[in-house]
Write a protein that binds this ligand. Structure first.
Ligand code: GLN
Length: 294
């Protein structure tokens, strides 16, 4: 039984931080204090703003037990996002869990660029390939209610999250379609003003060296074949002909893939091909336009 002095949320949080710093194997959690707080909030509902008022209150035995169990799983390498069951992308909370890629902040670049390029183009038709949790499509659908968006995803597990996220955000202009981006199903028809994708782009040989948290994410969402370029190579044959005149193709890429992916888009006849950098200054996206009057 805890004594009066150590039966507080504050004490519990300190224990959580210590556990993530010292007991995590093989390496300490990168951001122990941050993760310890997020897990405490999940168990107790105490937000960062409420914490100063509540920190000397006593947690229940159930709260202590549940917190400890989450901390142990975090220390064993489970991503904090999976333990929380949701994660924010551009301010939108999205359901995530085993079987779907966790939205990354660098992917916001695709959304911001698309919004910029679609400004002044009413009722755009947008196609997203390999949509995962739906973070890109949902952010676009919220920002552009006049757009008609189709989000293609192959994995049944990921589709589950995608559909739940669409329902959560009430975006009637976004349709999830089950199918393989490498052989598009019949629902993918007509011309699109924008085709976007954050496909798997890690070279297969590099997968074992990824952070242990990333290795808990679906290999299917990460594995881009022997050189990481498998999807871009197939996409550049399939999708440029589906762009409307002046429409654009925009991919997220690995930081060393800018040259190779740009070359593919140029071969496909796209114009004004450019590599875009993320906030860390790394090459993170490639953009190309369909000729205006084809
Ligand atoms: N950005 C992810 C990572 O570095 C990879 C996502 C992807 O393959 N599309 O882990």
């Amino acid at each position: 039984m805890p004594t009066a002095g150590n039966n507080t949320y504050r004490w519990l949080l300190r224990q959580g931080e210590r556990l993530l710093r010292r007991r995590a194997r093989p390496a300490p959690c990168e951001d122990a204090a941050f993760d310890a707080f997020l897990l405490l909030e999940k168990v107790t509902g105490i937000s960062r703003t409420a914490y100063p008022l509540k920190k000397n209150d006593s947690p229940t035995a159930e709260e202590r037990a549940e917190y400890l169990s989450l901390l142990r799983r975090r220390a064993a390498g489970k991503p904090v996002q999976y333990l929380l069951g949701e994660w924010e992308f551009m301010g939108l909370p999205l359901y995530v869990g085993p079987g779907v890629l966790i939205p990354r902040p660098e992917t916001e670049l695709l959304v911001e660029q698309s919004l910029e390029l679609l400004r002044g183009r009413p009722n755009p038709r947008i196609l997203e390939l390999c949509g995962g949790s739906g973070c890109i499509s949902i952010a676009l659908a919220k920002a552009r209610p006049d757009a008609e968006i189709t989000c293609l995803e192959l994995s049944a597990q990921a589709l589950c999250y995608l559909r739940r996220n669409i329902a959560r955000h009430g975006v009637p202009n976004l349709t999830a379609v089950e199918g393989d981006a490498l052989s598009p199903p019949p629902e993918i028809v007509g011309r699109y003003d924008a085709i976007l994708s954050n496909p798997p782009y890690i070279a297969a040989g590099q997968l074992p060296a990824l952070q242990r948290e990333v290795r808990q994410e679906p290999a299917m969402a990460l594995d881009g074949g022997p050189d990481g370029l498998r999807f871009y190579r197939s996409f550049h044959r399939l999708y440029p002909p589906m762009l409307s005149p002046g429409g654009f193709l925009l991919y997220e890429i690995g930081e060393e893939q800018g040259g190779a992916v740009s070359a593919l888009l140029r071969t496909a006849g796209l114009q004004k091909v450019r590599v875009l950098r993320d906030l860390s200054g790394l090459d993170r996206a490639v953009l190309g336009f369909s000729p205006p009057n084809k």
